[in-house]
Design a protein around this ligand. Structure first.
Ligand code: SF4
Length: 94
């Protein structure tokens, strides 16, 4: 199961993301090329565009279910709500 806090920083915010378990097998990029692409230097995939149509949503879900190492998550919106990328500064105790 993908872990939101372990996602690659290139993932655009939103529902789907790729975490650091990716083994660069190419399946997601083949399945949903409008949403997944490759970091050439790092050798892994990330979500460069969240799905904007029902068809893209289906393909992203298919990619997630087909990922051999379960590196794709679809809980990005919920996880971001409870685990913001930039924590708010805490008030200083006087
Ligand atoms: S299907 Fe999974 S392991 Fe394969 S490239 Fe995509 S995220 Fe990485």
């Amino acid at each position: 199961m993908a872990v939101f806090v372990n996602r690659y920083p290139e993932n655009v915010p939103g529902k789907f993301y790729v975490d650091d378990q990716c083994i660069d097998c190419d399946l997601c990029r083949e399945t949903a090329p409008d949403n997944f692409t490759r970091n050439e230097d790092g050798g892994y995939s990330y979500v460069y565009k969240q799905p904007t149509s029902p068809d893209e949503e289906v393909l992203c879900k298919e990619a997630m279910e087909g990922c051999p190492v379960e590196a794709i998550g679809s809980d990005g919106v919920e996880a971001a709500a409870v685990s913001p990328a930039q924590p708010s500064p805490q008030p200083q105790a006087q």
